[in-house]
Design a protein around this ligand. Structure first.
Ligand code: SF4
Length: 205
């Protein structure tokens, strides 16, 4: 069986590729118009390409057209939920390419990430592949995420800290800021409690 595997980035490629390549001929497809900005797109792609070259994995890159993502996820788009629309677009691009090149099936590395929605990936991937006339291999690679993390760290791969689109970049930055503020507040409260405790001790002398 020949599989065109949609890959979002290098770290997420590691485990899904190995799992699928045990009984299929797998070619990787980098199709990610969601990634913002262009420098980030190139950085993730180059991380993936460096690994693929070392591992002898073939990669097809589809054109980077962020306008496609903006259109697919606009409020007027057919799929109202942003991430669903994003899955549908990316897997749809790979499915069309797979049909054009005569591959048997399509899969995606997205299901290795605990930050993604496996049910939505399965539904949107299946719908996109039905439309293109190829089979979608539904996967859930999340149990391999710790190993993917370990391997990508060991390989010194670039590991991004947001999903990909501009809104996810802003959301991740806001979450980091919230966590920083919570840590600061916890430290302040602990300091105050320690000060009160030592003042109480002083009172008892
Ligand atoms: S958060 Fe990730 S999956 Fe969702 S729309 Fe943005 S890039 Fe796509």
């Amino acid at each position: 069986m020949t599989v065109l595997l949609h890959a979002c980035c290098g770290p997420c490629l590691l485990e899904p590729y190995d799992a699928l390549a045990t009984d299929a001929e797998v070619v990787v497809c980098y199709a990610n118009p969601n990634i913002h900005p262009a420098e980030e797109y190139a950085r993730r792609r180059d991380t993936l390409l460096d690994y693929a070259e070392d591992a002898g994995i073939a990669v097809i890159e589809l054109p980077y057209e962020p306008a496609l993502w903006a259109e697919a996820t606009s409020p007027a788009a057919e799929t109202p939920e942003r991430c669903r629309a994003c899955y549908r677009l990316r897997i749809g691009m790979v499915a069309a390419e797979a049909a054009r090149r005569g591959y048997d099936a399509v899969a995606t590395t997205l299901s290795v990430s605990p930050y993604q929605d496996p049910e939505a990936i399965a539904e949107e991937g299946t719908a996109a592949c039905v439309e293109a006339g190829v089979r979608f291999i539904v996967t859930d690679f999340r149990e391999r995420y710790p190993e993917a993390t370990r391997r990508s760290r060991e390989l010194g791969m670039y590991r991004q800290n947001y999903c990909g689109c501009a809104p996810s970049q802003a959301e991740a930055a806001a979450e980091r800021e919230e966590r920083r503020a919570a840590r600061k507040e916890a430290k302040r409260a602990a300091r105050e409690a320690a000060d009160r405790a030592s003042a109480d001790e002083g009172d008892g002398r």
